[in-house]
Design a binder for this molecule. Structure first.
Ligand code: SF4
Ligand code: SF4
Length: 355
C-alpha cells in the first residue's frame, strides 16, 4: 500500500526530522499473521487514516505489509532489498512472528521470505533482520511471538524460536538511538499498535520526545497498569463474589483469570472500537502480554496458584462488607420517611417564628 500524506518535519534532539517514511513489515516469523489481521480493526488511528494522510503533522507514510499489499513477489520485496542495501530512505521495521534462530537450532531453517537472486536460495527471516536492523530508524516487534517468543517459543520447541529482543539483544538500539519497541498481545490490541506507530512517527517528525518504555520494552503509558486495576468485574472481586461457571457477570478469578498480575489495558480500552476486552466480556486473562507467556501461565483455566491465597483472604473480608453494604443499599433504596407513601410532606419543618 503506497499512499501520500502531509509532508512535515522539524528538528528534534532525539531523531532527525523526516518528511517521508516507509514502514517495512515482515510477517515471516513463526506466527499466525493474527497481528496483521487485528490491525485492520484499528480505529485510533486506523490504517487508512495513516496511509491516506488524514493525521496532521506526520511524515508521508508508505506501508509495505504482505497481507495488505497489492504488489506480490519481487515487486513487493523491492523496497526490502533496497533497504537491506542501505539505499531506502528512513524506515520503521515492523517484525511479526517469533524468530527461529538457526544459531541455536542448526537442523535447517524454519522461516523465510523471497529468494536470493544470486544463490537462488530462500532468504531466511533471520537474514532479513540482520540486514535491515542496522538501517532502521526504529524497530517495532508486534504481538507476543515477535516480542517475547510466544507460543512458538514454548519449552521444548524444535525451532529455536525467540522474541526480537532475545535475538538482537535487550540493549539494542537503532541508528536513531531508539530501543526495540515491543507491543505484545496474542494478537496485539490493534489500537495499542497503531498508537505506538503514531508516537514513533511524531518522534521521527521531531514533535515528540523519546518513546517511554518499561523494562520489558513496552510503551509504558499502555502497559503501566494491570488488567485487574481496570476490570469491569473489580467490584465483585473486592466483595469476594466469585463466579463458579462461565456466563456469570461475577469475577472469574477462580476459573483461571490472571488479571491481578498482568500488565495490559484491554479492560479499559476494549478490543474493537472500544468494545470487548477479555475479562469485561467473560474471557479469562491468560497473560498474553507478558514475557512469561505462555509457559508461566499454564495450565490455563485453573485458578492461578498465587490467586488462591488472596481470593481466600478477600472472601472473608468481602462477604462481611457485602452483607453490610446490602443493609445500607436496602435503606438507600427507599424514600426518606418524610416522603413515604401516606405521609407526604415537603420535608421542611413548619415555621416556628413568632410562635
Ligand atoms: S475478572 Fe480477573 S481482572 Fe477482573 S476483577 Fe476478576 S480477577 Fe480481576
Ligand atoms: S486481558 Fe490478558 S489475555 Fe486478554 S489481551 Fe490482555 S493480557 Fe492478553
Amino acid at each position: 500500500m503506497t499512499v501520500g500524506a502531509v509532508p512535515y518535519g522539524r528538528k528534534s534532539v532525539h531523531t532527525p526530522a523526516v518528511q517521508e517514511i516507509d514502514i517495512l513489515w515482515i510477517t515471516a516469523g513463526l506466527s499466525c499473521d493474527g497481528d496483521s489481521v487485528a490491525i485492520t480493526a484499528a480505529t485510533q488511528p486506523s490504517l487508512e487514516d495513516l496511509a491516506l494522510g488524514a493525521i496532521p503533522g506526520l511524515p508521508k507514510v508508505r506501508i509495505h505489509n504482505p497481507v495488505l499489499a497489492y504488489e506480490v513477489g519481487d515487486e513487493f520485496l523491492a523496497p526490502f532489498h533496497k533497504a537491506a542495501e542501505g539505499k531506502l530512505g528512513p524506515f520503521v521495521l515492523v517484525v511479526e512472528g517469533s524468530i527461529p534462530n538457526e544459531k541455536i537450532k542448526e537442523d535447517g531453517y524454519w522461516a523465510a521470505v523471497g529468494t536470493d537472486p544470486k544463490t537462488g536460495q530462500p532468504i531466511k527471516t533471520t537474514e532479513w533482520i540482520d540486514k535491515l536492523a542496522p538501517h532502521a530508524l526504529a524497530i517495532i516487534a508486534i504481538g507476543t511471538c515477535a516480542t517475547y517468543g510466544g507460543i512458538p517459543a514454548m519449552a521444548g520447541n524444535p525451532t529455536g524460536a525467540m522474541g526480537l529482543p532475545d535475538y538482537l539483544g535487550w540493549g539494542w538500539k537503532s541508528k536513531a538511538g531508539i530501543p526495540i519497541v515491543c507491543v505484545p498481545g496474542c494478537p496485539v490490541q490493534p489500537d495499542n499498535f497503531m498508537e505506538t506507530v503514531l508516537y514513533l512517527l511524531y518522534q521521527a517528525a521531531g514533535l515528540s520526545p523519546m518513546i517511554p518504555l518499561d523494562a520489558a520494552l513496552r510503551p509504558s503509558w499502555l502497559f503501566g497498569q494491570t488488567i485487574h486495576e481496570q476490570c469491569d468485574r473489580g467490584g465483585y472481586y473486592e466483595q469476594g463474589d466469585f463466579a463458579t461457571e462461565f456466563g456469570s457477570r461475577k469475577c472469574i478469578v477462580k476459573l483461571g483469570c490472571w488479571g491481578p498480575v498482568v500488565n495490559c489495558n484491554v479492560a479499559r480500552r476494549g478490543w474493537v472500537n472500544g468494545v470487548g476486552g477479555c475479562p469485561n466480556v467473560g474471557g479469562l486473562c491468560i497473560g498474553c502480554t507478558m514475557p512469561g507467556f505462555p509457559d508461566k501461565f499454564m495450565p490455563f483455566m485453573e485458578e492461578p496458584p498465587g490467586a488462591k491465597m488472596s481470593s481466600a483472604a478477600v472472601l472473608l473480608y468481602g462477604r462481611t462488607v457485602r452483607a453490610l453494604r446490602n443493609f445500607t443499599r436496602d435503606s438507600l433504596d427507599k424514600e426518606p420517611s418524610w416522603r413515604a407513601p401516606g405521609a407526604l410532606t415537603s420535608g421542611y419543618p413548619p415555621a416556628t417564628f413568632g410562635k
